[in-house]
Design a protein. Structure first.
Length: 242
């Protein structure tokens, strides 16, 4: 826990009560002006963030996280305000791996990131719809596809391709979306096939996101959306952009 957190806790509950009261008053004043849940992004969110600026914020946050200097946050103070709406500055399509938590990896607070998580960070129909919602209705201008080292889903795809391994349940459908990346990585004869396939899987998913019609591709064509890809290193905590 950071020293500032300790100082805040030692200061007693009065500050939290004061912040809560102020937040409640702010929420009450804005309640009648709150936009409908599906209001389109035709009206830009407060303090709109460009794709370049959003990527810069993610980089800086990840550097703080990896260095052990993550910001100390009082999440309880934000709860009342966040009930009235969300204005995330970036969407993250991330693997569902429990060791990869985008809000922590990028040192962001509640409401800052619109996170879609699925094993292997693949773009299935529901993930695509979620990303469309983030950009079309919430005004998000950056989508980052985030893979990670030692990804079990990609490793499983390698075993299916190389060893003809059979997987149970719905896993074959998921692995089918990762196999093209494994096959493409194999063609380069890498010394570390898993790492190469993980990066290739991110690149292919970035392409799928960028060309997804009708919503995302149109936003990109209008210079209203940026799509990027990166991999998270479990050992160092660093995100490397591809």
């Amino acid at each position: 826990m950071c020293e500032q957190c300790n100082l805040t806790r030692r200061s007693g509950l009065s500050r939290r009560f004061l912040l809560g009261a102020m937040s409640a008053g702010f929420v009450g004043a804005r309640a009648l002006a709150a936009a409908p849940a599906l209001a389109r992004a035709a009206e830009p969110p407060p303090n709109p963030v460009s794709g370049d600026e959003a990527l810069k914020r993610l980089k800086e946050g990840n550097q703080r996280y990896a260095a052990g200097h993550a910001a100390c946050r009082d999440f309880a103070a934000d709860l009342a305000t966040l009930t009235q709406g969300q204005y995330p500055f970036a969407s993250i399509l991330s693997c569902a791996d429990s060791r990869v938590a985008p809000e922590l990896v990028f040192d962001q607070g509640l409401g800052d990131l619109f996170v879609v998580r699925v094993a292997g960070n693949v773009l299935n129909e529901n993930a695509l719809a979620s990303l469309e919602y983030g950009s079309e209705f919430l005004g998000v201008r950056l989508i980052l596809v985030l893979g990670h080292s030692k990804c079990g889903a990609v490793d499983a795809a390698i075993k299916v391709v190389q060893d003809n391994e059979t997987l149970p349940g719905h896993l074959p459908g998921l692995i089918d979306q990762i196999k093209p990346a494994v096959l493409a990585a194999e063609q380069t004869s890498p010394s570390d096939l898993l790492s190469a396939a993980i990066e290739e899987n991110v690149r292919q998913t970035v392409h799928h996101v960028s060309t997804a019609q009708p919503v995302l591709s149109a936003l990109i064509a209008d210079s209203k959306l940026t799509v990027a890809g990166g991999t998270y290193d479990l050992a160092t905590g660093m995100v490397h952009l591809l």
